[in-house]
Design a binder for this molecule. Sequence first.
Ligand code: TRP
Ligand code: SF4
Length: 365
Amino acid sequence: MIDPWSSSIVDYEKLKKQFGIKPFTDCMEEIKNPHPLMSRGIIFGHRNYQQIVNAIKEGKNYAVVTGMMPSGKMHIGHKMIVDQLIWYQKNGAEIYIPIADMEAYSARGVDFETSRELAISEYITNYIALGLNFEKKNLHIYLQSENKIVIDLAYKLARKVNLSEMKAIYGFLTSTNLAHLYAPLIQVADILHPQLGECDGPEPTVVPVGPDQDPHIRLTRDIAERFKSQFNFITPSSTYHRFITGLTGGKMSSSKPKTAIFLSDPPEVAAKKIKTAKTGGRESLGEQREMGGIPEDCVVYETLLYHLMPSDYKLNELYYECKEGIIMCGECKQKASGMMRDFFQVLSKKREKAKHTAENILSKE
Ligand code: TRP
Ligand code: SF4
């Protein structure tokens, strides 16, 4: 059983075997300009992504839904979701971004006013700074608690879900409060509401998420089937990306500041943090020259792979130099740290500019 609200690390292979998530490589050939997160294998799995590939190819309408719980500061791991949204925005999707304030309230005890403030000062500000275009009509962002269509749909859908089913998917939830037990239904409605007639649906929909969210996806797909005749739902697709490793080697988590590089960190701080990261280097320089490093176990390499090194050529070169013991961790960290500083310098300027715009986004819809 996967608990979407705990921070345990997920076994990607088991996910594929046990839960029927398919390898993303299946779809790669047909995607014209894949996002680096796709071509680099960071997006590793999917459920029925073929219908999205087809929609993109044929220029048909399709929707992308993915949200975040405003429960803390955003770290660079969260950037992955935004990067994907930007790619989909460029590739013709209708974009829906729920801000999960109801979930934050029920699962984390965050009150609604705090969620709203965090949504503006952190989430929307970062979304704009990272490059999402809020001026385009194809982007819809909302607080769950303010979206009557979503709240009403959740209630209607709950009519065909019973407690033993919830127990089978989220066993642990039956000892928690009822608001938390209901939160997944709101998420199901987040995902399915673009398909309602009033939102110009039905249309194929994809939900790009981390694998911890898969229980919600399975529930959504089951519910979509049950309501097919009533709402004409098309069962949604999903993709799954690997989580970024925290600086100390475990999961990167906002609630453990030592593990995370926050998007609001000043450039100097971010640059310094990457120097403290766990590497795949050997005990001694001699050993490393002889045996080479292990980029697969290196947070510095991972950061370059996920975020900082757009050139595949340069990345491959570094991989080779590391493996062959040509480059040592000190020098490598120095380089990565410089790239980090550059990236954060640009980002912090953009964040400054975005702050003002961010304040007006939620009142618009
Ligand atoms: N549960 C997600 C999280 O914890 C947030 C979320 C809410 C979401 N609604 C969604 C994600 C719809 C994908 C699609 O971050
Ligand atoms: Fe990581 Fe660079 Fe050291 Fe290789 S040389 S293990 S990529 S820090």
